[in-house]
Design a protein around this ligand. Sequence first.
Ligand code: IPE
Ligand code: IPE
Ligand code: MG
Length: 245
Amino acid sequence: MSTIPINTERLPEHIAIIMDGNGRWAKQKGKFRVFGHENGVKAVREVSEGCAELGIKYLTLYAFSTENWNRPKIEINALMSLLVNTIKKETKTLMKNGIKLEAIGDRTMLPIDCRKELEEAIEITKNNTKMTLVLALSYSAKWDIVNATKDIVKRALEGDINLDDVNETLINNTLTTHKYPHPELMVRTSGEHRISNFLLWEIAYSELYFTNVLWPDFRKEHLHEAILDYQNRERRFGKTSEQLA
Ligand code: IPE
Ligand code: IPE
Ligand code: MG
């Protein structure tokens, strides 16, 4: 574990995490996959608290992808009820830590009780200002991009916008993530090196960090390691090193 302190002057404003490896974690222990999901909740708590403590303003957690609807029904049901219960239980902690809960993704796909709990927690925490925790639920970047495209075409057909109005800013502002700065740092746990349809547009220039740690084992020190690694990167945005100096 590193002992170099984090430079609080150079923190990412937004961290996005693909929380992966719950199933393998459980399997290693000879348990059912759901046991891994249950134990992933502790990591969510640790990371949310850890980010808030450091002064990270936005944390986006990939909790359930559009593609995850293809999992066995029994696992989907278990995940959804875990979600309802966790949101219910954790609202107090969110209030205590000044965290605002928001969500991105297709809410119409969620079971009604799940959606209700989520919307209630969003409403209760809406005035918190320390950090925004964005849950990506029934989310995929392609889903978001398709909807944004439809919206733009509709506005064009209605005569609200012209062809020349279509630019990066318009597309950006039409995505459901428009309220958040693009994540400077994207983390994926469990040793998989892929994006799995997470924030495709938004991570165009993100620093990517991969760790072999399985999500249920992820703790504040792992978060700190990821941030330290990020702080040692040179973000050039197409320029040369010399230009940055
Ligand atoms: C991540 O863990 C949680 C979700 C995708 C909901 P997985 O369930 O994908 O765990 P592995 O990748 O099978 O180990
Ligand atoms: C990505 O994990 C989605 C979430 C973490 C919610 P998966 O485990 O579903 O990703 P793939 O299918 O292995 O790429
Ligand atoms: Mg996985």
